[in-house]
Design a protein around this ligand. Sequence first.
Ligand SMILES: CC(C)(COP(=O)(O)OP(=O)(O)OC[C@H]1O[C@@H](n2cnc3c(N)ncnc32)[C@H](O)[C@@H]1OP(=O)(O)O)[C@@H](O)C(=O)NCCC(=O)NCCS
Length: 188
Amino acid sequence: MASSPLQTCLVTRREELEQILQLQAANLKQHVSPEQAAREGFLTVAHTLDVLERMHALAPSVIAKDGDTLAGYALVMPVEARAFVPLLEPMFQLFETLSWRNRPLRDHRYYVMGQVCVAEAWRGQGIFDALYRGHRESYGTRFDCTVTEVATRNTRSMRAHTRVGFELLKTYRDATDEWAVVAMPLHG
Ligand SMILES: CC(C)(COP(=O)(O)OP(=O)(O)OC[C@H]1O[C@@H](n2cnc3c(N)ncnc32)[C@H](O)[C@@H]1OP(=O)(O)O)[C@@H](O)C(=O)NCCC(=O)NCCS
């Protein structure tokens, strides 16, 4: 894979949150064809600007930009933000029952990586890895690990998450999909 010339940074402006919503909308599963979802991946949860602003106030998310264009994002969702997206409450309840590296997850300092997306023109160019490098650099002293869920049929995303070091905690099925719960150490 070619290494990316882009740097990642933390969100600093409201316009960047709006760009995240635009990129998100273009990749929601109801907005992409089944073929594209199978080949390129897809997103399930739609946020609002209000929710992103409240998450941002707790912990800014990691983005990759090319000039003013958003190339990708990986959202930071601290546990304190769980009430912001009621749809995700069952996920947070499940996390309370899981262990990572032989200790209950709740005994680790963790946050949820709320959603990752790389703009189509930038896929396969190292942005994904750079976003998670940004997570380690920005949050590796405050947190031990980050946890996320990937639809197992999103094979592109599954493969990329495994490649950057996410470890499988559990697989389960709900009304929408089958999910892999995965965690990545942020330091050590
Ligand atoms: C998923 C996503 C974030 C990954 O970013 P990316 O830049 O495309 O990822 P990369 O190219 O770095 O890695 C993709 C990996 O999947 C592989 N891959 C590509 N297409 C694939 C497919 N259809 N099925 C399985 N693996 C595939 C690539 O070979 C690569 O693996 P490798 O490095 O082991 O060879 C990006 O494609 C995306 O935003 N998709 C739409 C939204 C989405 O699905 N977000 C994730 C939600 S959990």
